[in-house]
Design a binder for this molecule. Structure first.
Ligand SMILES: [Zn+2]
Ligand SMILES: [Zn+2]
Length: 229
């Protein structure tokens, strides 16, 4: 995690504009961010908050992945954001997607590979999940372990689906009070949705989750030929 001692804080997106006290982004970047959050889905024509395209575990998301700003935000999140920046993104996601604490018992996340988490010094999905949990006043409960060495980047959708189920397994140390509960599963990006689908299935099959809904920052738009069920 990045720790910033500089004051006044600079904008997390452009790194130059000064950010006001309550927000880690400058006015210009906030304006650009607002248009990213209302960018329309190429399939259903609706913005992220209202997109009706089928996604695994009913994935809520904040913006579509593809524009330079969306890529910039995700790269920031992957390489290290501080607590204030994570809180800001979590608040945007909760408000925009209308995530309600009453629908969940706990928040969990898709873990990063240990080696990668060590390289960056943190796990971005865990960081986001922690910010979401705090904001929703829900407990953060680690439920999944990641194994495997292959990065999914170069795989096709069907390869990803097969691979994802083998890449994760359920932790055996989930406290009994969190067994058979309703989980909000958090990740930074959903590409084909294969990872979220696999993790949700593992959580349900292991008995840890009675229900799983996913929330991510960015979602790649589905092509018409590849609608996930
Ligand atoms: Zn800025
Ligand atoms: Zn859509």
């Amino acid at each position: 995690m990045k720790i910033s001692f500089l004051s006044p804080a600079v904008c997390m997106i452009c790194g130059t504009g000064a950010s006001p006290q309550e927000m880690p982004v400058c006015d210009l970047c906030l304006y650009k961010l607002q248009s990213l959050l209302t960018e329309r889905c190429r399939n259903c024509g609706k913005p992220p908050r209202a997109c009706v395209c089928p996604r695994p575990a009913g994935t809520d998301f904040l913006f579509f992945y593809g524009s330079p700003l969306s890529k910039r935000l995700i790269s920031l999140v992957k390489t290290g954001i501080d607590r204030r920046e994570a809180d800001f993104l979590a608040a945007l996601l909760i408000d925009s997607a209308g995530i309600r604490a009453a629908n969940y018992d706990a928040v969990t996340f898709v873990p990063r590979r240990k080696r990668v988490a060590r390289r960056y010094g943190y796990d971005q999905a865990k960081e986001l999940a922690s910010a979401l949990a705090k904001r929703l006043s829900l407990p953060l409960v680690p439920t999944l372990v990641r194994r495997g060495k292959n990065a999914q980047k170069l795989m096709s959708a069907s390869e990803r689906r097969k691979y994802s189920l083998k890449s994760y397994y359920a932790r055996d140390d989930v406290p009994p009070e969190f067994i058979n509960k309703r989980f909000l599963l958090v990740d930074d990006v959903a590409t084909t949705g294969a990872t979220l689908e696999a993790c949700a299935k593992i959580l349900r099959d292991s008995g840890i989750a009675a229900k799983v809904s996913a929330a991510v920052l960015a979602n790649t738009e589905l092509k018409n030929t590849e609608v996930l069920r």
